[in-house]
Structures are given as C-alpha cells and as structure tokens.
Design a binder for this molecule. Structure first.
Ligand code: FAD
Ligand code: SF4
Length: 328
C-alpha cells in the first residue's frame, strides 16, 4: 500500500502524535495508512535470557504491564510509564514513540499562530525563530523511550517493498530537527529487538514540569555492565530532550569505565554531561537550568545503578517518581 501511495502517504499507529500534528497542519499526508489492526505488530516475543522483540504496534500500556518487561527491562517499562496519560498510553504505540516528531515552542502551535510569525523552516517558512542565523532546525527529540533504546543497545527492524534492514537504535536518529530520522518515509518500523539480559542494568530519569503528564525537557538513560567486584566493564549514558537526537555522553562513559561507581567517579561522569547538554530556548523551563540539571540527573541515574543513596532531590523536595519538581 505504501509503495502504491508514494510520498504523500504516512503510517499511523495510535495517532496520538500524528493526528494533533495534522490538525495543526504541521504534517499534511494525503493518505494515512492505519497499522492498528495488524496483529503481527502487536506481539511481544522472546525471553529476557535470549532477547525480546517488541512489535512496533504494542501499546505503551501493554508494554508497561508486560511481566518480562517490568522485571527484566525496568528502564523500558519506566520510560513508557512516564509518557503522557493512561488514555494516551492505551492508544500510543512504542513504534510511534520512537518515531515521534521533534518538538519546538514555535512549531507546536496552530496554523494561524504559525502564520502570524510567517512560519519557520521546519514547516512552510524559511527562518529559525530560536536561532535566526542558524541554517538548521533545532527542534527537540522528545521521546521518552528513544534514549533508553539507544542506551540499552536495542535494534530496530525496518521493512519496505525494497527489502528490510536491522539497525542499532542509535542509527535511527539524525541530529537535525527536520530530518531527525534516518528511516525512509516508505519504511515500516516492524519491531524493536531488545538485547538479552546478561547482567547489565539500566534506568531512566525524566525531567518535566508536571508529574501528571508532560513531554520530557531532559531525559537521562544510563546503562552499565558491572563485573563481580563492581568495576564498570561497559557503560552507555544517553541524554534526551536537550538536542534534536538522543545524545551519548562519551566523557561520562569514559569517566567510569574500568572503575567502580563511587562518589568521585560519579561526580566526574556527571560533570562531563554539562558541556554535552545544549538545550535551547524552545521548550519548557530556562535553558541554563535544564543544562545544569543534566549533571544532577546523570549523577542520580548512576547512583541508582550503584545502589548508593540519592543525593538529589534535596530533603523535603517534592519528588514524583523519585524526581524533583521546580527548585524554590
Ligand atoms: C498530550 C500529549 C502528551 C504526550 N506526552 C508524551 C510524553 O511525555 N513523552 C513522549 O515520549 N511522548 C508523548 N506524547 C506523544 C505520543 O503520545 C507518544 O509518543 C506515542 O507513543 C506515539 O505513538 P502513536 O502510536 O500514537 O504514534 P502515531 O501518532 O501513530 O505516529 C507517530 C509517528 O510515527 C509514525 N509511525 C507510527 N508507527 C509507525 C510504524 N510502525 N512504522 C513507520 N512509521 C510509524 C507515524 O507516521 C508518525 O509519523 C504525548 C502526546 C500527547 C498528545
Ligand atoms: S528550532 Fe527553529 S526551525 Fe526548528 S521548529 Fe523551532 S523555530 Fe522552527
């Protein structure tokens, strides 16, 4: 069907991202191909000891409620559970979440609002209102599950009439607010392959204004494999919500590789997150505060994985899901 429909068509799964975007005329497909009734996309297969495959159409509610996902992949379950609201999680799929459009305060507005500012280069215009001299768009990668899939080393299977390919989740994303996916428009995301669980651990922390529901303005996914004596054999630390793609913090990974997770090594790793996080003024909260929070959140995730007591939020802070809300 997609091959016949050509470039004017788009897939839709739960529609919780695409339909609001169509109402705002940000995305304007002439043909919409529904995936919700494809049973093959709704299956969860495999075992944690061998690796699991999530059909792209599995709803976020089914994902968070799945016994193996809760126990063996708690970072995936937690990220999915922190997305939007129960009603939207009943409709929204994991595939749609990984392919979520990038977001920006100048773009996520109705047509008339955007027309009044002569649009922007992501849709219908030719300027970026966030960085007017910039040749590129800085709209923000805002999927909660994307940084987690990159951190745990998941792979995605893409299918089209010309063949199929399996690529690391990290390679699904481009650091560009407009061409943010390497997936071709004609490719169907069929499944997400989770690696087997063999001693690694991972977690995800999300920063947002409202604990009830909100897109992330910072997400930190951390993955470590520890030797028997607690030495870090391998690590991946990935930031979401502070760039146009999930961003690995190589300096933080290097700071803990071959060492134990101690107060000192965690401090060094979290400091490395500060220069990597480059939020701009196009989502919620002051960008300098979000940048600063990146180091606290990296420290928080690593402390959790090390089994150290949390140093953050400060005593008395309101902490839905173990996370802070606004500073006083
Ligand atoms: C009020 C509100 C709050 C939200 N809060 C959050 C949040 O906190 N965190 C978050 O991450 N998201 C949030 N979302 C976004 C959205 O609900 C989720 O990301 C959801 O998982 C999207 O899945 P979907 O199936 O509805 O995607 P759709 O809207 O169906 O699709 C999204 C995109 O993916 C494409 N697509 C979908 N499935 C496939 C496939 N199998 N193959 C190829 N292309 C495909 C579509 O063409 C479209 O471009 C929110 C949305 C709303 C409306
Ligand atoms: S970052 Fe710039 S070009 Fe991109 S959506 Fe925002 S205003 Fe538009």
């Amino acid at each position: 069907m997609m091959a016949d429909a050509g470039p004017d068509a788009m897939y839709v799964a739960g529609g919780t991202d695409l339909y609001p975007n169509m109402k705002r005329r940000q995305q304007t497909p002439k043909i919409v191909i529904g995936l919700a009734q494809l049973a093959e996309l709704r299956a969860v297969d495999g075992k944690p000891t061998e690796g699991m495959v999530l059909g792209a159409g599995v709803t976020l509610s089914d994902l968070t409620g799945h016994r193996h996902i809760q126990h063996a992949y708690p970072a995936v379950a937690k990220a999915a559970e922190l997305i939007s609201t129960p009603l939207l999680r009943n409709m929204g799929s994991i595939g749609g979440n990984l392919l979520l459009d990038t977001r920006c305060n100048y773009y996520d507005q109705n047509y008339e609002w955007r027309q009044a500012i002569h649009f922007c280069m992501k849709k219908d215009g030719d300027i970026c209102w966030v960085a007017p001299s910039s040749p590129r768009c800085w709209a923000v990668q805002s999927s909660d599950c994307a940084p987690v899939m990159v951190a745990i080393g998941a792979k995605v299977r893409l299918i089209s009439s010309s063949g199929e390919r399996l690529l690391p989740a990290a390679e699904l994303y481009n650091d560009d607010g407009i061409r943010h996916l390497t997936k071709r428009p004609d490719e169907l995301l069929a499944g997400i392959h989770l690696p087997r669980v063999n001693g690694w651990r991972a977690t995800y922390w999300k920063l947002r204004r409202r604990g009830s529901f909100d897109f992330p303005v910072l997400g930190v996914a951390a993955w470590v494999r520890l030797a028997g004596d607690g030495t870090v054999e391998d690590a991946r630390i990935v930031l979401g919500g502070v760039g146009s793609s999930p961003m690995r913090v190589a300096g933080a990974e290097k700071a803990i590789a071959g060492k134990k997770l101690t107060e000192d090594t965690i401090r060094e790793a979290s400091a490395a997150a500060y220069p990597v996080a480059k939020p701009l003024d196009n989502t919620d909260f002051a960008m300098s505060w979000r940048k600063d929070m990146a180091r606290h959140y990296v420290a928080g995730t690593l402390r959790e994985l090390a089994g150290l007591p949390p140093s953050f939020p400060p005593p008395g802070g309101d902490a839905p899901f173990g996370l802070p809300v606004l500073p006083a």
